[in-house]
Design a protein around this ligand. Sequence first.
Ligand SMILES: [Zn+2]
Length: 91
Amino acid sequence: MTHQHSHRDPACLEVFARLSEFIDGELPALDCGEIEAHIADCPPCIDFLNSLKKCVAVSEEFRNAAECPPMPAEMEEKLRAAWTAALARRG
Ligand SMILES: [Zn+2]
């Protein structure tokens, strides 16, 4: 694979934008495959995905107990910051 990218790679930004849909299984299979292929080759995205999965697990617990938005803006901010930091470390 000749997949290369910097911290400004649009693919990373697209992955970030779509990850919550990806986690919820709302993306078409093709998009999932493309995102999975990108993530497999991109440590910052792997880190971000792992963080997001933890947060999704937590929010699902909340959803069982009470009605809660799937991704509160505050949580998204934290995830975005963590993801940006991961990319900065890589770059
Ligand atoms: Zn990436």
